[in-house]
Design a protein around this ligand. Structure first.
Ligand code: SER
Length: 340
């Protein structure tokens, strides 16, 4: 028996997904322990049972948290994203791979002392894919989970390996003495680009879509760093958080794999800009492609096949592109920037 308080751990709590996920978990009654390298956002703090400023590479700090709390689930969101990772690839490897390994070790320690497997939610990414050239990209269509897995960024390599680590800990790592189960129940979603009304991402390559919208709402000009015709899958943040919760709580027996694609809409950058202009007619948007970032998006699929997620755990996004704008993004950014 343990007297530690049961809790869920969220790493990268200040990040784009963390921001919304902490709220959702707290609203559902979870004892949330929020961890980030920066001071936890003031709005988030009151929702958490505990907050910790620290580096996921500091295993001693993670172990101290594990002494205080019995982690039943870990939502490991902390990462260095794809553009940032190309400028500091070795640092990206340390944070994204060694950091993930540290969290898996913490999950094993939690499971060993409670005698129960720990659910481990890992956001992977369309960056796990790598498509060689535009011809192959056009031919690839909606890419399945087991196709085109030759990522061209350090971040993509790290995410793909993180998925493999999760599979290893779930199916091959030594079993718990208590019930002979494996200690970690790893579940991962390969997210498309995400768009939030509340936060602007940093260091990613799909950031152009949220950056366009937030710049328009703030009345600032924006030069998009990818070509107008490039197409990528995207999703509204509420659907992303719903998906995390649905996968985290799905019965284990219903899951046929440990990693799932999901998608909602796949506009070109130009189509996205046209919608921003429709809602913010004064938006000053232009296109000024950056060679590195254009090459990264060209290596990612134009769309994904998410039929496994739909079949296994009922994934179904509530927001198509127009509804994302009219019912979520536009009212949200208007509130955020105080626009009447
Ligand atoms: N949004 C991420 C990035 O652009 C991809 O997962 O790096």
């Amino acid at each position: 028996m343990t007297s530690r308080k049961p809790a869920v751990l969220v790493t990268g709590a200040n990040g784009e997904i963390g921001h919304s996920l902490v709220r959702r978990l707290a609203a559902g009654g979870a004892n949330v322990v929020a961890l980030d390298v920066r001071e936890i956002d003031a709005a988030c703090k009151p929702l958490c049972s505990a907050t910790q400023v620290g580096d996921i590479l500091d295993f001693g700090m993670l172990q101290r948290l594990g002494v205080e709390f019995e982690f039943t689930s870990v939502f490991h969101l902390a990462a260095l994203l794809s553009t940032r990772g190309e400028f500091q690839p070795e640092l990206a490897h340390r944070v994204n791979v060694e950091g993930t390994l540290n969290l898996l070790r913490l999950a094993v320690e939690s499971a060993s002392s409670s005698g129960k497997a720990v659910t481990f939610l890992f956001p992977s990414s369309i960056a796990a894919y790598g498509i060689a050239d535009p011809k192959q990209r056009a031919a690839a269509g909606r890419v399945r989970e087991d196709e085109h897995l030759a990522p061209q960024t350090m971040y993509g390599c790290n995410k793909l390996y993180g998925e493999h680590l999760g599979r290893y800990y779930t199916h091959h790592y030594r079993r718990l003495a208590a019930d002979q189960q494996h200690p970690v129940d790893f579940r991962s979603i390969r997210f498309p680009g995400l768009i939030s009304a509340d936060t602007v991402p940093s260091g990613g390559t799909s950031d152009y879509a949220p950056e366009m919208l937030h710049a328009a709402a703030r009345g600032e000009p924006y030069a998009c760093y990818v070509r107008e015709d490039i197409r990528l899958p995207f999703m509204a943040m509420p659907d992303a958080v719903d998906a995390i919760m649905a996968l985290a709580t799905a019965p284990r027996a219903s899951l046929s794999t440990h990693v799932y694609n999901i998608g909602a809409f796949a506009p070109s950058a130009g189509e996205f800009a046209a919608l921003v202009r429709e809602f913010f007619p004064k938006a000053e948007l232009s296109f000024s492609p950056d060679v590195l970032r254009q090459a990264i998006v060209e290596s990612w699929p134009a769309d994904v096949d998410d039929s496994r997620a739909r079949r296994d755990w009922g994934f179904k996004p509530a927001y198509d592109l127009r509804r994302t704008f009219s019912e979520y993004l536009v009212p949200g950014v208007r509130r955020r920037y105080g626009i009447a």
